[in-house]
Design a binder for this molecule. Structure first.
Ligand code: GMT
Length: 380
C-alpha cells in the first residue's frame, strides 16, 4: 500500500507512535509518505520506502495565525496525486483530520475524481483536553464522523470518545506498540548504568514531554522519599513547560545532585534499559506509551490508576498503580520493590512478558494493515 502519514513531528507520544508505525510499515514493504511541518524526531536515517514531504506555511503579515491546516490539506492532496497514495492516516484529530477531509474532497473534485480515504487515530489529549474545548468540539466531532476509519489507542479512549462526543462511528481499539527487539536490555546497558550510578545506586526514571498533565513534580516528591531509604538516582528524560518547576523542587529539597535532567534524547531505549523503576504519575493518560517502552526494557512501572493505564499495567503483577497525587504510596511501592531483589526481578520479567505477549509491533502492525484493507475495500 501507499500510505500518507501525518502527525505532530516533534512533540508527544502520538508523533512517536505515528513514526514508529511508518517505520514498521516500510519494513513490511509498504510505501510511506510522512507529510508534516518538520521531520518526525524518530525518523532518522534513510529508508527506501520512506519519504518525507515538508509543509511550508507562509508567514504573510496579514496572517496573524498562519493557516497550517490549509497548507497541510493542500500538501496532502498534492502528495496523494503525485505519488498515487491509497490512503491517508492522520494521528491526533486536531487539526489533522480536518485537513485530511479537505484533501479527500479536493481529490474527489478533480476532473478524473478519485477516492482518497483517510483514517484518524485518536491518541488522548485530542479528545480529553483539546477536543472538549467548546471552540474545537464541533469541528473535531465532524472530522471524526467524516473519517473513513477511526482507531483509538485504548478501550478507555474509545468509550470516552463515544460518550462525550456522542458520535456514531465504529471506533476500533488498536493499542500502542513497541518493537521488542529494539526496546530491551542490551550490550550497552551495564556500561551506561555504571555511568549514571557509579556506586551501584538504584535508578528511577521518568520520560515525558513535561506538560502539566504529567505531574513531573510528583516524580521529585516520590524520589525524595525513596532516596531517604535507598541509595538511588532519578533520571528525567524529555523537556517541556514544567521542567524548571521540577528542577527547582529538586534544588529546594537539596537532592538536585541525584536528579539528572537529560533533556530530549535519541536512542531512548538505551537510557530506559538502565532503570529499575519508571515513574508515570500522570493526571490522565489514555494509554501510557512511556510505561510500555520501559516495560519492554524490564523496567517496572509505578503509575497512576487513570485512563487506559490499567489496560497495560496489572497492579501487583506487572507494576504498581496508585491514585493521582498519592506520592507516599508510590514511594512505598518503590521502596518495597527496591529492597527485595527477587521481587524486583520477577516483576521486571513480568513487565517484559506483557510487552512481548500483547503489545509487540509484530502483533499490532498487522492490525493496522488489516484495518487499512477494510477501509480501502469499503471505499472502492
Ligand atoms: O501526552 C503525551 O505524551 C502526548 C500525547 C499525544 O497525543 O501526543 O500522548 C498521548 O498519546 C500517546 C500515544 O498514543 C499515549 O500513549 C499517551 O497516553 C497519550 N497521552 C495522554 O493521554 C495524556
Amino acid at each position: 500500500m501507499k500510505i500518507g502519514i501525518t502527525c505532530y513531528p516533534t512533540y508527544g507520544g502520538s508523533g512517536v507512535v505515528a513514526t514508529e508505525l511508518g517505520l514498521e510499515l516500510a519494513e513490511r514493504d509498504h510505501e510511506v509518505h510522512f507529510i508534516s511541518y518538520a521531520q518526525p524526531i524518530r525518523l532518522i536515517g534513510p529508508h527506501p520506502n520512506i519519504h518525507y514531504h515538508e509543509v511550508e506555511v507562509s508567514r504573510y503579515p496579514l496572517f496573524e495565525y498562519p493557516p497550517y491546516d490549509l497548507a497541510l490539506a493542500s500538501r496532502m492532496a498534492e502528495v496523494a496525486e503525485l505519488y498515487d497514495l491509497d490512503l491517508l492516516h492522520v494521528h491526533y484529530a486536531i487539526p489533522h483530520s480536518v485537513s485530511a477531509l479537505l484533501a479527500r474532497q479536493m481529490m474527489a473534485a478533480k476532473p478524473r475524481g478519485r477516492k482518497l480515504p483517510f483514517v484518524t487515530t485518536l491518541h488522548g489529549t485530542d479528545i480529553t483536553l483539546v477536543g472538549l474545548d467548546r471552540s474545537y468540539l464541533p469541528i473535531t466531532r465532524f472530522a471524526i464522523e467524516q473519517s473513513d476509519g477511526v482507531t483509538a489507542i485504548s478501550q478507555y479512549l474509545r468509550e470516552r470518545t463515544l460518550r462525550e462526543f456522542d458520535i456514531r462511528n465504529q471506533i476500533q481499539v488498536i493499542y500502542n506498540f513497541v518493537n521488542c527487539d529494539v526496546y530491551c536490555r542490551g550490550e550497552k546497558t551495564s556500561e551506561l548504568k555504571q555511568e549514571y550510578a557509579p556506586n551501584g545506586e538504584r535508578l528511577l526514571l521518568h520520560l515525558s514531554n513535561f506538560r502539566p498533565v504529567k505531574r513531573v513534580t510528583d516524580c521529585i516528591e516520590v524520589f525524595d522519599r525513596v532516596r531517604k531509604r535507598i541509595p538511588s538516582k532519578l533520571l528525567m528524560i524529555g523537556d517541556g513547560p514544567d521542567r524548571s518547576r521540577a528542577e527547582w523542587l529538586a534544588v529546594q529539597k537539596g537532592i538536585h545532585n541525584d536528579v539528572i535532567f537529560l533533556g530530549k534524547q535519541d536512542q531512548v531505549e538505551e537510557k530506559l534499559a538502565v532503570a529499575d523503576i519508571l515513574l508515570l504519575p500522570s493526571e490522565l493518560e489514555s494509554f501510557g506509551l512511556a510505561a510500555l517502552e520501559g516495560m519492554a526494557c524490564e523496567v517496572v512501572p509505578i503509575a497512576t490508576r487513570v485512563g487506559g493505564i490499567p489496560e497495560l499495567i496489572e497492579h501487583g503483577k506487572s507494576g504498581y498503580l496508585a491514585d493521582v497525587g498519592d506520592v507516599d504510596t508510590m514511594a512505598r511501592y518503590a521502596i518495597e520493590l527496591l529492597s527485595n531483589e527477587k521481587a524486583l526481578v520477577e516483576m521486571a520479567n513480568a513487565s517484559r512478558a506483557v510487552a512481548q505477549s500483547r503489545f509487540c509491533a509484530s502483533r499490532i502492525i498487522p492490525q493496522y494493515e488489516e484495518f487499512y484493507r477494510r477501509v480501502l475495500e469499503r471505499a472502492s
